[in-house]
Design a protein around this ligand. Structure first.
Ligand SMILES: NC(=O)c1ccc[n+]([C@@H]2O[C@H](COP(=O)([O-])OP(=O)(O)OC[C@H]3O[C@@H](n4cnc5c(N)ncnc54)[C@H](OP(=O)(O)O)[C@@H]3O)[C@@H](O)[C@H]2O)c1
Length: 327
């Protein structure tokens, strides 16, 4: 079968190649999916550039990407919740990475039936970003009337987080640039802050939650806009100590400046590294079928245009998700 592979670490143009590889083996708990569509995420770019070699060691060449939708064409002996012919979507586990390929084997715990009211391309756009939004906001226990600031509302994660937070009844502030303000507002955000012309720190005050999708100074500044005892959840800021242990960094200490901000605000800080979860995708399926969440796609590329898709991703300007139609 044909797959897009990372052949060496480096820049996008030099590192990727279409290779003929064998179909993946199907283990007892796996389903084999004929891929209809895949989607790409900033983590794929970081992997290509070799920035995550210590955290995620990958033998090269390696097929790329985590998001997939498609049709089950085979399954292992211990799979009881899915049948051949089912339409499914998933964020595949790390060891099964490689969704820009004609087939992918996936542990069934990571799989959900696909939402029935959307296309395969739309379904592929959901898993990694949707799970990130759901798991982050579920971690902080988002609830009705919470005031939340979600950074980068026009990004893959932000555009789904806004809709998830609104489905939970929260009041949503979000940041984006001028050209995206109108459509981000249409996702349901209550106050869209144009970061080109406005300073969010003068607009948001006493927020219950900040969802940090930007990192660097944004992680620190979150403590200026949360209430005393508020919660900051980040997917790109410094690891917290518990997360660091998960990555084998037993002696890790939170940066001092961040520790002080947390303590001054009697706040909580958590770094979330999303994990594959079929049950969570089932929750997103229901929200999509109830029209509480809709997929946001920037552009759909063909399989042969996959490398261009990565160049677009690397621009950091995607409006929602970048999808690759495989078949
Ligand atoms: N820890 C985890 O498990 C996990 C999971 C998923 C993602 N992540 C991380 O989370 C981050 C977001 O991921 P993503 O998939 O949403 O990325 P993305 O879709 O590539 O984000 C692109 C968007 O970011 C917006 N943006 C860039 N700078 C901004 C700024 N200063 N203020 C407001 N918006 C800004 C851009 O809007 P404009 O063009 O308007 O600026 C664009 O729409 C990435 O760093 C990713 O690595 C972590």
């Amino acid at each position: 079968m044909k797959a897009l592979q990372l052949v060496k670490y480096g820049n996008i143009e030099d590192s990727l190649a279409f290779n003929e590889v064998s179909k993946p083996d199907v283990q007892a708990k796996d389903v084999l999916v004929e891929t209809k569509a895949a989607a790409i995420n900033p983590i794929d770019k970081s992997i290509i550039m070799g920035n995550l070699q210590s955290m995620i060691p990958i033998p090269l060449p390696s097929s790329l990407a985590y998001d997939v939708s498609g049709i089950i064409v085979d399954k292992g002996d211990e799979v009881s919740d899915f049948e051949i012919g089912d339409f499914v979507y998933a964020r595949v586990p790390q060891e099964q990475m490689g969704t820009i390929a004609e087939y992918v084997a996936i542990n069934c715990s990571a799989v959900s039936k696909k939402p029935e009211n959307i296309s395969f391309e739309e379904a592929a756009s959901i898993p990694l970003a949707g799970l990130t939004a759901l798991q982050s906001l579920e971690y902080v226990g988002i609830k009705e009337n919470d005031k939340i600031l979600i950074h980068a509302g026009s990004g893959g994660v932000g555009s789904l987080a806004i809709q998830y937070a609104k489905a939970k009844g929260a009041y949503v502030y979000t940041t984006t640039s001028t050209n995206n303000v109108k459509w981000v507002k249409e996702l349901g955000a209550d106050r869209v802050i144009d970061y080109k012309t406005e300073d969010y720190k003068t607009i948001v005050a006493n927020a219950d939650i900040v969802f940090d999708t930007l990192g660097e100074n944004y992680t620190l500044e979150a403590f200026q806009v949360i209430k005393q005892g508020g919660k900051v959840v980040s997917v790109i800021g410094p690891l917290d100590e518990e997360s660091a242990k998960m990555f084998g960094m037993a002696d890790y200490k939170l940066p001092e400046e961040l520790s002080k901000l947390i303590s001054d605000k009697e706040a909580s800080y958590k770094f979330i590294f999303m994990h594959p979860n079929g049950a969570h995708l089932g929750e997103l399926k229901s929200l999509i079928e109830d029209e509480k969440i809709k997929p946001i796609i920037d552009k759909i590329y063909s399989f042969s245009e996959s490398i261009e898709a990565f160049t677009h991703l690397a621009s950091g300007r995607a409006k929602g998700k970048i999808v690759i139609k495989i078949k």
